[in-house]
Design a protein around this ligand. Structure first.
Ligand code: ZN
Length: 137
């Protein structure tokens, strides 16, 4: 066995039963890195402390043996960010298609709807609340 294989085996044995990396872990690691970089540019000591605290949290979660609690934390993080991720991907899609479609909200329930541009004024029936209104595109 080579030296690197021994290191790899030792690390695998060390990480056995531990939580390891997940979405929340990546988030705390990257935000810790960004905040540390910011602190080195601005020289604000509080930022360097926050960056260090995020590294400690990341390490603690990766090495934790309490899998159940770490999975619950990660699930909560995914739940909290999924709404924001969906909104931002919808925004990107809207920006891509803005030449072909006009986007607008239903005046009744505020759901986002679209009409092909150049089709003139049409009577719209909302897909969610069945409210009828006129819209130009
Ligand atoms: Zn509606």
């Amino acid at each position: 066995m080579t030296f690197w294989q021994k290191i790899k085996m030792g690390l695998a044995r060390f990480m056995e039963g531990r939580h390891g990396a997940d979405n929340l872990g990546m988030f705390t690691l990257i935000s810790g890195l960004v905040i540390s970089l910011l602190s080195s540019f601005t020289g604000i000591p509080l930022l360097s402390f926050i960056g260090l605290a995020l590294y400690v949290v990341t390490l603690f979660r990766m090495l934790s043996r309490n899998q159940e609690k770490r999975f619950a934390e990660n699930r909560k993080y995914i739940e909290l960010t999924s709404g924001w991720k969906k909104k931002s991907s919808q925004f990107v899609k809207r920006m891509k298609n803005r030449k072909d479609y006009k986007y607008f909200k239903c005046p009744n329930c505020k759901v986002l709807l679209r009409l092909k541009r150049g089709c003139g004024e049409k009577e719209i029936t909302c897909v969610r609340c069945q409210h009828k209104f006129k819209q130009k595109a």
